[in-house]
Design a protein around this ligand. Structure first.
Ligand SMILES: C[S@@+](CC[C@H](N)C(=O)[O-])C[C@H]1O[C@@H](n2cnc3c(N)ncnc32)[C@H](O)[C@@H]1O
Length: 268
């Protein structure tokens, strides 16, 4: 199942015409403003519509924003975010795999991975992703991740369900079922079905990440690691945010090329 097909059915609050996404956008601007930063360039990884890249550009007065996503269709909506934000930064759109960042984009001051996107990567891919980000950030650059702790939610909360009603194109028209676990990749297999008719529309393998693993992984490639929880920032519509500061370029480049080469070996 391709990402394109999956995101046709699975709706995330990132469309500039959706009032919930607009509220999310303004909260995200406020979060970035709280960082008191001014930078020249922002890299929005797995950007979707570019909601977070434009929010960061507005807050940081960036003159240049690069969006990377495998799906071009949503990325082209970025002009609507720019109009909403009254931002005139130069935008570059790159349709490609975030695991190939060093081959896709040049150097940037700040990178963002926003909107609970880590489940798209298994732990081996996460090493490749983080080392790739640290490779394309300039010396002293920052990497922001907006995430939630799924282990806490699934094990200690009630959020994990074999059967889950998801938001669809029209609310409550998409359900998902737990259909297995891939032990080697540490990913959950979920089937997505459209109602009425129970027609299968997507198969996805997603990784239920906790926050501590991401902090530990990031600590390999960045000099400083910080976690800001929703209780600490107090902004509705923004989850926990991880900030990695100061890429360790040499280690990152070595690990990136190693993991790119041997990814398949690890998960056989
Ligand atoms: C949950 S959405 C988040 C979008 C946006 N960052 C936000 O905050 O709303 C995840 C996005 O990641 C993209 N994506 C997933 N895996 C990817 C990969 N390997 N390379 C590039 N984009 C990817 C999807 O196409 C989707 O747009």
């Amino acid at each position: 199942m391709s990402l394109k097909e999956f995101y046709q059915y699975f709706r995330w609050w990132m469309d500039p015409r959706d009032p919930r996404a607009i509220e999310r956008f303004h909260s995200t601007v406020r979060f970035f403003e709280s960082q008191n930063l001014s930078v020249d360039s922002v890299l929005d990884i797995c950007s979707g519509t570019g909601i977070a890249g434009v929010a960061a550009a507005k807050a940081f007065s960036a003159s240049r924003v690069t969006l990377v996503d495998e799906r071009g269709e949503d990325m082209r909506k970025v002009s609507e975010w720019m109009a909403i934000a009254d931002v005139t930064s130069a935008i570059m759109m790159v349709e490609g795999d975030a695991l190939n960042l060093p081959h896709l984009v040049g150097s940037h001051d700040v990178a963002v991975l926003w909107g609970h996107t880590m489940p798209h990567f298994d732990p081996f891919e996460a090493v490749s992703l983080f080392s790739g980000v640290a490779t394309v950030l300039r010396e002293g650059g920052l990497f922001f991740i907006e995430e939630t702790d799924r282990i806490k939610r699934f094990l200690y909360g009630t959020a994990y369900k074999d059967f889950l009603v998801e938001g669809g194109l029209d609310e409550k028209k998409l359900v998902s079922l737990h259909e297995g676990y891939n032990l080697r990749r540490g990913t959950e297999k979920r089937g997505y079905y459209r109602l009425p008719g129970f027609e299968k529309v997507a198969d996805m393998e997603l990784r239920p990440w906790d926050l501590a693993s991401q902090l530990a992984l990031g600590g390999i490639f960045f000099r400083k690691v910080e976690l800001i929880t929703p209780e600490e920032h107090g902004l509705p519509g923004v989850s926990s945010v991880i900030i990695f500061r100061g890429p360790k370029g040499k280690i990152a480049r070595e690990v990136y090329s190693e993991f790119q080469k041997s990814l398949q070996v690890y998960i056989k």
